[in-house]
Design a protein around this ligand. Sequence first.
Ligand SMILES: C[S@@+](CC[C@H](N)C(=O)[O-])C[C@H]1O[C@@H](n2cnc3c(N)ncnc32)[C@H](O)[C@@H]1O
Length: 308
Amino acid sequence: MVTPLFPIESIEPVTPKGQGDHAPQYLRLDAEVDGELPALPAATLIRGRASDALDLLPAESVRTVVTSPPYWSLRDYDVGDPFGRNDTLHDYVASIVADFRKLRRVLKGDGTVWLNIGDAYTSGNRRYRAPDRKNRARAMSVRPRTPRGLKPKDLIGLPWRVAFALQDDGWWVRSEVIWHKPNAHPESVADRPTKAHETVFLLSKDQDYRYDVNAVRGANDRRLRTVWDIPTSPRRRHQIPGDDHPAPMPINLAHRCVTLTSEPGDVVLDPYAGSGTTLLAAAQLRRRWVGIELKAEFVRLIERRMSR
Ligand SMILES: C[S@@+](CC[C@H](N)C(=O)[O-])C[C@H]1O[C@@H](n2cnc3c(N)ncnc32)[C@H](O)[C@@H]1O
């Protein structure tokens, strides 16, 4: 059982009830509190915008980040935040760069970021998308205009546009991993191959950084290659009402990233935590963790997941 150390509305300490001194605890707070935490406990869950919450974390406190930000114009998380719903591709890329500048402050000098981001197509001049009855977090109803320089039906190349912008902002782009999904959904397209992968970038704050080449080995005990076959997680829809996220990362992907670039006791951060997959992987691997999530419903989902 994980016990909140603080109520979410404030940073006043709360004594966990009936758990004794051995109950694992996490700090739970709202991103809008002022100030910077002096140090990080074993676990911290912050409700709010990444851009606000990152200001609360001590400088150079995080060893590795494993994250998947909202993709451009794909899902409406209904969180009243423009991130992911930006009108233009330029604004979307700029919001990632701005948040990542804050991430850089909290990363240790040898720290890294695993950034999972999917590509997308321009809309082919359709300005709306039919409602998605299967996804509770709706597919976005309005499609953005085709970005300048692209044509209808063009593949946008989003991951690399973000990577180039981050590189320009001082990040090292150290690897492009192709996350191949052997169980990818079929697509109703007949004029191109079905998409079955997403990109995961390994970014570093400096040219030297923590990476344990032996921590995860590939087939036949060879060094890990850049194509990772990892099935997507089956969604456990309706098992527990509200216990669902539309875009969970497979825990095996999070395990692999955490293992390669951190050690037990290190702090692992996910600033767009969603259902908390990275946090769960970190806890299972005896790392400390910090999760930031804007949507209250998903914060509750993380709390339930971490308490099981
Ligand atoms: C792609 S999902 C992350 C999924 C996660 N990797 C998992 O395994 O469940 C992105 C998440 O970012 C959250 N989000 C959107 N804007 C945010 C912001 N400005 N700050 C923090 N979280 C945000 C959304 O509510 C959503 O849960």
